[in-house]
Structure formats: structure tokens, C-alpha cells
Design a protein around this ligand. Structure first.
Ligand SMILES: Nc1ncnc2c1ncn2[C@@H]1O[C@H](COP(=O)(O)OP(=O)(O)OP(=O)(O)O)[C@@H](O)[C@H]1O
Ligand SMILES: [Mg+2]
Length: 362
């Protein structure tokens, strides 16, 4: 069976721009799958969504939905529902009418409509707003109504463009869990744009990382985090991001201060980036006893604390080692103070390597 959404060689270059907004993009969304599109501002996420929705026309490439080409097919005939920031709601209708409208158009019975409206309203916590009109709603409430309208419709493909971005942090965290549950229950097929890593990780079965209109990596959240294919993906995902230390290879090793770290055999390049996540950098106060059989002693680096940032459950620490700034995460508030001399213990089992010139993982 053809994938619900298949994007092949998709390109879109706006007049006057020196670079395409979307550049030969290949992407497939499988049946019942939510693919999250992430990437820095301006990398082409919204443009991609608009092209799939039919609100814009590609310069090149092909989009198919359920195996049917979308070339020349107007938005209303694509069976997609798009929710984006600043979505325009019919101003003269009540929320109840807005939610029920797509079902009414489809000829659904009143009882079915009421049930679907109630379900969406409960999930989005807008039941108390059902008799208001859009002009009487806050931005975040309007956004939830727009989302409810799409959910009630149950289209073949959902297209979400940062649908939770107008909400406060608490509501956002609550809704992404609810929304995830609902999308799974509906076995919804969706492309979901977000800036929020937690949202991408929670909602996406796979995550597509875009950079300058191109696909950097398409993978499960776990692979994106644990096995980034490029240094860009490595530094984009994770809070704080992965440490990427420029090192030079000599023979089978690289040197980082007093450390001699073995390099994988396949490494052809001379200039490398040693990647290590902050949770794999431990901090030990200077003068703490070090066991002779401590296998980590080989990865011990003298370092100095630069700054600390407490978050409650953990503290993010910046330290300087061998002229490099490193980030570490420690539990609770138990971090040393800025200026203190410490040892940084690198867990070398978790090191990722990248070619410094291409950014590709070795
Ligand atoms: N109508 C347009 N005319 C000219 N350039 C455009 C147009 N729409 C988008 N662009 C450009 O295309 C690029 C991609 O824009 P797009 O809106 O897809 O980015 P995005 O990834 O959604 O960013 P953000 O995260 O900020 O929403 C940007 O450089 C933008 O300036
Ligand atoms: Mg956008």
C-alpha cells in the first residue's frame, strides 16, 4: 500500500531568495505515523507543510497522498486538515458550530456530531467555551479550537504547524500528552512542526531534522538523540546540547589535554569532533580519592567551573578544560561553585565522532 504521504525531490525557491526554502526534500509518512519536523527558524518547515496542504505550489518534485499525485489538486480536495498559528476561525460562528461544521458538511447525524464535539472539547479543555465566538477567546483558546476542528474532521492526513505555541508552559505540557494519546487512538497520520524538543520526542514516532531546506536525519527520537548522523543534529537536540570538541587525530588516537582517546578504525579524516553528551560528563571535586582500579581514571580531565544553572532536579554546569568549554549535568543542586577546580570524568563509552569538515558521523 502506498504511504499516506510521500514527498520526493520537493523544492521551492521564493523569488529574490538566494537559497531554496525547501531543497530536494524526500520524506515519507507511514499509515498511523506522526512525523515531527524540527529545525532552526527559516529551515523550511512551514513551507513544506504548505506545499503538502496545497496552499503553495512546488517548483520541483512530487507529493502523493495515498499514492495519488497532488499536482493540480486544490487544498479542499486533498483530505488534509491543517492547523497553524494564527489560524482564522469563522468569526460569526460559536465554538460548538465551528467544531461541528466539518461533520455537518459530511452529513453526520446530530448525536454523532455532539459526541465528537464533546470529546474534542474535553481533550482541549474548551468545554466551557462552546457557546462563545472566536472574538471572545484568547489566542491560546483560539488555537485549541482550531485544533479541535481538525481533530473532529478526522482527515486522512493532519498537518500541524506549531499548534501549541501560543499556550503557556503548563498547558502545553498537559496538551502534548493528551494530544499524543488522541493521535495514537485515532491512528492519525500527521506531519507535526514544532520548535519544542520535548514535543517532538513525545509526539513523533519519527523526527525529521531539517536544515536549510534539506533533510539532515529522519529517525526515531531515540536514534536522533543517541546516534545523531551529523554534528548539526547532535548539537540541535538535547538540553544542554552535546559537547563537540575539535580534536586532531594522530594515528589511532586523538589527544584532548592529558587524554588519549582511541578513534574508530574507519575514521579517515584528520580533523574530528569528539561528541559527548553533558550527562556523560561527571564532575569530581579536586582531591577526591581516585581508586586505582577506576576504569574512568583514563578519562579524567582537570577542569575549572565557569558557571552553574540550577534547574531543580538537575544543575547545568559549564566548565573549562584544556581551553575548551564543556557542559555537564549534575543531579540536584550539588554542583561546585564557579572558579572551583575539579576533575571532569568523561564516559568514553558514549563518545560520538564526527568529521569536522563535513559534520558527518564516522
Ligand atoms: N512567501 C515567501 N516569500 C519569500 N520567502 C519566503 C516566503 N515564505 C517563506 N520564505 C522564506 O523561506 C525560508 C523558509 O521559511 P519557512 O517559513 O518555511 O521556515 P520555518 O522553518 O517554518 O521557520 P520558523 O521556525 O521561523 O517558522 C525562510 O528563509 C523564509 O524567509
Ligand atoms: Mg514556520
Amino acid at each position: 500500500m502506498a504511504a499516506p504521504v510521500s514527498i520526493r525531490g520537493l523544492s521551492r525557491c521564493f523569488a529574490g531568495n538566494d537559497r531554496p526554502a525547501v531543497d530536494k526534500l524526500d520524506l515519507e509518512v507511514n499509515q498511523g505515523e506522526v512525523v515531527c519536523l524540527v529545525g532552526p527558524s527559516g529551515c523550511g518547515k512551514s513551507t513544506t507543510l504548505r506545499l503538502v496542504a496545497g496552499l503553495d505550489t512546488p517548483d520541483d518534485g512530487e507529493i502523493t497522498i495515498d499514492g495519488r499525485t497532488m499536482r493540480g489538486v486544490p487544498p479542499q480536495d486533498r483530505d488534509v486538515a491543517m492547523v497553524f498559528q494564527g489560524f482564522a476561525l469563522y468569526p460569526h460562528m460559536t465554538v460548538r458550530q465551528i467544531l461541528g461544521f466539518p461533520l455537518k458538511m459530511r452529513g453526520a447525524a446530530r448525536a454523532e456530531r455532539e459526541r465528537a464535539i464533546a470529546q474534542a472539547a474535553d481533550m482541549l479543555a474548551i468545554r466551557h467555551l462552546l457557546d462563545r465566538r472566536p472574538g471572545q477567546l484568547s489566542g491560546g483558546e483560539q488555537q485549541r479550537v482550531a485544533m479541535g476542528r481538525a481533530l473532529v474532521r478526522q482527515p486522512k492526513v493532519f498537518l500541524f504547524d506549531e499548534p501549541l505555541s501560543n499556550l503557556d508552559a503548563a498547558l502545553r505540557a498537559e496538551l502534548r500528552i493528551e494530544l499524543g494519546r488522541l493521535l495514537r487512538r485515532l491512528e492519525a497520520t500527521a506531519l507535526y512542526v514544532t520548535h519544542d524538543q520535548a514535543e517532538a520526542m513525545t509526539l513523533g514516532k519519527r523526527i525529521a531534522v531539517l536544515r536549510q531546506g534539506r533533510l539532515e536525519q529522519l529517525d526515531t527520537p531515540r536514534c536522533i538523540y543517541e546516534a545523531p548522523q551529523t554534528s548539526f543534529v547532535a548539537s540541535f537536540f538535547g538540553v544542554p546540547p552535546m559537547n563537540l570538541v575539535p580534536v586532531e587525530r594522530s594515528g589511532e588516537h586523538v589527544r584532548f589535554g592529558p587524554l588519549r582517546v582511541p578513534v574508530p578504525r574507519a575514521a579517515g579524516a584528520h580533523e574530528l569532533l569528539l561528541g559527548i553528551r553533558p550527562e556523560h560528563v561527571q564532575i569530581q571535586p579536586d582531591g577526591a580519592p581516585s581508586c586505582a582500579d577506576d576504569t574512568r581514571s583514563a578519562s579524567r580531565l582537570p577542569a575549572q567551573i565557569v558557571s552553574i544553572e540550577p534547574h531543580g532536579a538537575e544543575t547545568h554546569v559549564e566548565l573549562e578544560a584544556n581551553g575548551q568549554l564543556l557542559r555537564a549535568r549534575v543531579k540536584g543542586f550539588d554542583a561546585p561553585v564557579p572558579g572551583e577546580s575539579v576533575s571532569a570524568l568523561l564516559d568514553l563509552a558514549h563518545v560520538r565522532w564526527f568529521d569536522a569538515s563535513t559534520g558527518h558521523a564516522l
